[in-house]
Design a binder for this molecule. Structure first.
Ligand code: PMP
Length: 345
């Protein structure tokens, strides 16, 4: 039989159109049977491999509209890597240059990816105080000022949470047929949880509970701000001086609860997701899924939990998936094949 002529070409005009529209995938093996359904929002399937493609695109389009970013101009950002990768894709496609400042704990894979897209990468210590000129955000601002660039400033840029209010939140609501009861996400800039969380609360008439997932010691969940291993989420600063310095992208009124998770548990859950669910993810996904499992433990089969898994494990093969790296940092996990549920709960 002759192939039917398709009426239209079924393709995107550019990689930018492939951002968003990620699937929900059920955790069929890790989530205990008899409890609520738990789905991951598979943000690692964005073209840049992370949730931050959404915010990067929204921030650049907004800056083009306002005139803050001129044609062919320089984009500058302080980022734990993924926003930089998102910006690099947008910059390549729309004809901008990009300089990114990353904290020194950023994985070497992410730095290599940024360079592969043609971005200029500057590393700086990740634990210096906000006031220090070497702090990621201070340094990014200085580079933008000195070179006449536009600072994307994801921590304070309203286009970041707005991207999730306009895309991530509505996608989740539609994909769950409005049956969602609990939404779990890690908090970095706060853009994902604030934007998607606000939309989901509004559309459900306040029924959806919004739960933040945070590394233990991070100030978002009341920690003292001392360092931790999981990349890209949480906040180091001490709460006594922090309140008004917290990112404007993080809207505390949207979040019902923020749950801390230790590095070891986050990493063990991350590794289980690869081996038991076939989902190779970063450790912020492990943190978020660890919280989702705790939340799910108290729920009924009628409940429905969605947890954002922000990026791919391919960026961390030299870290969370490397037993030697973990041993050196004092997080022995044994051989991943020997992990049991008892290790993580
Ligand atoms: N996980 C990863 C891997 C990320 O790169 C980010 C962004 N920093 C987050 C979680 C947190 O997302 P958000 O900035 O929207 O809070």
């Amino acid at each position: 039989m002759a192939a039917e002529e398709p009426a239209e070409i079924d393709a995107f005009d550019s990689v930018l159109d492939a951002i968003g529209g990620t699937p929900l995938i059920r955790l069929a093996r890790i989530a205990p049977p008899g409890g609520p359904r738990v789905y991951v929002k598979a943000e690692f399937l964005n073209p840049g491999g992370s949730v931050k493609d959404r915010a990067a695109l929204a921030m650049v389009l907004d800056a083009e509209r306002s005139g803050a970013l001129e044609p062919g101009g320089l984009i500058v950002e302080g980022t734990s890597g993924n926003t930089g990768i998102g910006l690099a894709i947008v910059a390549a496609q729309l004809g901008y240059r990009l300089a990114v400042v990353v904290p020194d704990k950023t994985s070497r894979e992410k730095i290599a990816i940024l360079r592969a897209y043609g971005a200029e990468v500057v590393t700086t210590p990740g634990t210096v105080p906000r006031e220090d000129p070497a702090h990621v955000r201070q340094l990014a601002r200085r580079i933008a000022d000195e070179r006449g660039g536009w600072l994307a400033d994801q921590y304070d840029n309203p286009a970041n949470p707005a991207a999730h209010r306009e895309t991530t939140g509505p996608e989740i609501w539609r994909q769950t047929g409005g049956r969602l009861t609990h939404f779990v996400a890690g908090v970095g800039t706060g853009g994902t949880i604030s934007g998607a969380g606000a939309y989901l609360k509004e559309v459900s008439g306040g029924r959806v509970r919004v739960v933040g997932a945070d590394p233990e010691h991070s100030v978002y969940s009341g920690g003292d701000g001392s360092p931790y291993l999981v990349e890209s989420i949480g906040h180091y600063r001490h709460p006594d001086t922090a309140e008004d310095l917290w990112p404007r992208s993080y809207h505390l009124d949207v979040v019902d609860q923020v749950v801390p998770v230790g590095d070891r548990e986050s990493i063990l859950v991350t590794r289980r997701l690869a081996r038991e669910e076939g989902l190779l993810l970063g450790a912020s996904a492990g943190t978020a899924v660890a919280v989702a499992l705790r939340v799910a433990a108290g729920l009924s089969p009628d409940d429905l939990v969605v947890v954002v898994v922000p990026d791919s494990g391919r960026s961390y093969l030299s870290k969370y998936y490397d037993d030697g790296w973990l041993d050196r940092l004092g997080v022995p996990v044994g051989h991943a094949g020997e992990l049991t549920v008892a290790d993580v709960v």
